[in-house]
Design a protein around this ligand. Structure first.
Ligand code: P1T
Length: 388
């Protein structure tokens, strides 16, 4: 079965008792046993729930994985991957990641004795150079949040194999429709299903997908032991969203490309970052590694931070909001929003300036979205002209 078919059918056979075509929401915390130890595979809903099982099977299939585990958030999924490690272990991470991932690793897990090196993974040699005797994991995000750098998954996974490190890819920005890291040699994929997979900005969730049986067994153990599991209704919402992932991603990519090109031609804009533009530093790699270039576009205005702050408050269709990947367009100011927990010096060293704006381009009509940005830019220009 091809991707779009799997998104609608895998794990989602008609329910055997009633014939319900759509997987029901099994809103139960426990399961009645016929006798001690005699049950139908479910004992307690932290450990397992049929609605969650269906979603786990579907997402595993979409990432070409044997095993899937779902979580209450992308952050809970990332934290559970860290549970594979022990005090004294070292992780090499892409230096441009979601601010919450930076916070989780640098401010939470370092207190438990894990060590992190933040390296520019766009050059895989930097990863090889950062390897230490205690390095156990390589953590990739690609395209990165919010600077949309593209990391060569196959090259980094090769380094991981050579040094017996697990390679993990946070595939949230691309979604499995645009990129399947396990096929490129990665060991584990992590998602915030809050984003493109859910697709409607109405649910928070996460997932881990893998073909590594040993890693899966440990992750499943920690999923149950730590307990950051999603409720059945949330699983059902994610499952409803994922059915249209293929269609939505095509529309996100087409709209983002139009907007990136429009921004590039606009005289108020000093820099546009979109992997689909031929001047993007890893454009050729993105062409090879991804099926499309995604729905995220970052840019800077000539007026710097002051102009960025004003534009972010002026758009009408682009809501000023955290998050991404929904059908509706969002605009964000990473320095004060998604990446506020990263110290200013760290942000600036990565090129994440106060002037940077990030668009999550939705699937509305592209002309309306361009019109919205145009009006916001004009409003800021006219205020500047009258000194407001
Ligand atoms: O929000 P949560 O479901 O816990 O997912 C965390 C997360 C993990 N990985 C990436 C690449 C992410 O972008 C996120 C969440 N990001 C935002 C909320 C944001 O606006 O960038």
């Amino acid at each position: 079965m091809k991707f779009a078919t799997r998104a609608i059918h895998v794990g989602q056979e008609a329910e055997p008792v009633t014939g319900a075509t759509i997987v029901p929401i099994f809103q139960t915390s426990t399961y009645t046993q016929e006798g001690i130890g005699q049950h139908k595979g479910y004992e307690y809903a932290r450990t397992g729930n049929p609605t969650r099982t269906a979603l786990e099977a579907c997402l595993a299939s979409l990432e070409n994985a044997k095993y899937g585990l779902c979580f209450a958030s992308g952050s809970a999924a990332s934290a559970t991957v860290m549970n594979l490690l022990s005090a004294g272990d070292h992780v090499i991470c892409a230096d441009d990641v979601y601010g919450g991932t930076y916070r989780l690793f640098e401010l939470v897990f370092t207190r438990y004795g894990l060590q992190y090196s933040w390296v520019d993974m766009t050059n895989p040699e930097n990863v090889a150079k950062a390897i230490r005797p205690n390095t156990k994991m390589l953590w990739i995000e690609t395209p990165t949040n919010p600077l949309l750098s593209v990391v060569n998954i196959a090259a980094v996974a090769e380094i991981g194999r050579k040094h017996k490190c697990l390679t993990v890819v946070d595939n949230t920005f691309a979604s499995p429709y645009l990129q399947q890291p396990l096929d490129l040699g990665a060991d584990i994929v992590v998602h915030s299903t809050t984003k493109y997979i859910g697709g409607h900005s109405d649910v928070v969730g996460g997932a881990i997908l893998t073909n590594d049986e040993q890693a899966y067994t440990k992750l499943k153990y920690h999923q149950n032991a730590v307990g950051g599991v999603p409720g059945p209704h949330d699983c059902w919402l994610v499952m409803r969203g994922v059915k249209t992932l293929a269609l939505r991603m095509e529309a996100h990519c087409a709209n983002a490309m139009k907007i990136a090109k429009w921004l590039q031609s606009n005289t108020s804009v000093s820099r546009v970052i979109y992997p689909g533009l031929s001047n993007h530093k890893q454009h050729d790699l993105a062409r090879r590694q991804m099926r499309g270039f995604g729905g995220m576009v970052s840019f800077e205005l000539k007026g710097g931070e002051a102009a960025a702050r004003k534009v972010a408050g002026q758009t009408k269709l682009f809501s000023l909001a955290e998050s991404l990947g929904g059908v509706e367009s969002l605009i964000g100011h990473p320095a004060t929003m998604t990446h506020a927990s990263m110290p200013k010096e760290q942000r600036e060293a990565r090129g994440l300036t106060g002037g940077l704006l990030r668009l999550s381009v939705g699937i509305e009509d592209a002309d309306d979205l361009i019109g919205d940005l145009e009006a916001a830019f004009a409003m800021v220009e006219s205020r500047k002209a009258v000194g407001v």
